[in-house]
Design a protein around this ligand. Sequence first.
Ligand SMILES: [Zn+2]
Ligand SMILES: [Zn+2]
Length: 288
Amino acid sequence: MTDRPPRPPRAEPREIAELRQLKDAQPELAAAVDMQIALLEMQRRVQARVPLPWISLEPEQLVALQAAGGRLVRFGDIPLDWTDFRLTFRQTADILRRFDALEPEDYEQLMGLVREGNQIESIVERWYEATSGAVGADAAGRAPDGLPASLDQVLVLALRPFLARSAEVLAQRVDVSGWNRGHCPFCGWEPDFAVITPGGDRRLVCGRCTAQWTFGSLTCPYCANDDLARITSFATRDGRYRVYGCDVCHRYLKAYDARNASRPAMVGVDTIATLPLDAAAIQRGYSG
Ligand SMILES: [Zn+2]
Ligand SMILES: [Zn+2]
């Protein structure tokens, strides 16, 4: 008898295991789940090799920046290795293309940006500065003319492992509990998900660096509307998820309700599990 027992499979991160279960339970989400697994595995690999960022601001400068409503992560403080960033950008675009989330023409054009010289470096810096809530930033001028709108999606995903590392380090140095704005205290981007904590607070999750911060439970983070009569909120039948629609700016936000949940929030899973809710929100006239 020389047969060895089969080697047990390597333990997967819980998020990936949950995504596989989601796919079994809701086969209609299979393609979205597979794309998410590919993106998460790629980002995890990159983030593991991103060095600890050097934060050049003194604690009192961070406090002052925060008081002025500015983002805490300055572009120069992101531990960006350009060779690694190019690779991450290419791999992100490859995954999106493979799952038809990126048009072939856009894909070709975006790949051109990382092939030719150093132009991607200035594009990323300009895009970050224009979208990070820095003083004088103008999000409309975030990219040079002629580049596809899908550049945003690729940059958000490709920058995430580098930016998340900066936010992680800063979160240990700066108290953001007093932050009461709708944009991310670390990178200035918008929330794209929320978590209702067991204590009933609502924490917003940044759509770019994935940092979280507490925000008024029934205030719209996009336009600051806090008139209860103009916020429409509805839950899924199982009570696991909730949608807040704002009847002033007509945008919506999805949330995981951890109050009676069997597991903690997992944003990488919950954003995919709630894709059917996007359709429901859009049908009611809201936009993402
Ligand atoms: Zn952020
Ligand atoms: Zn609003």
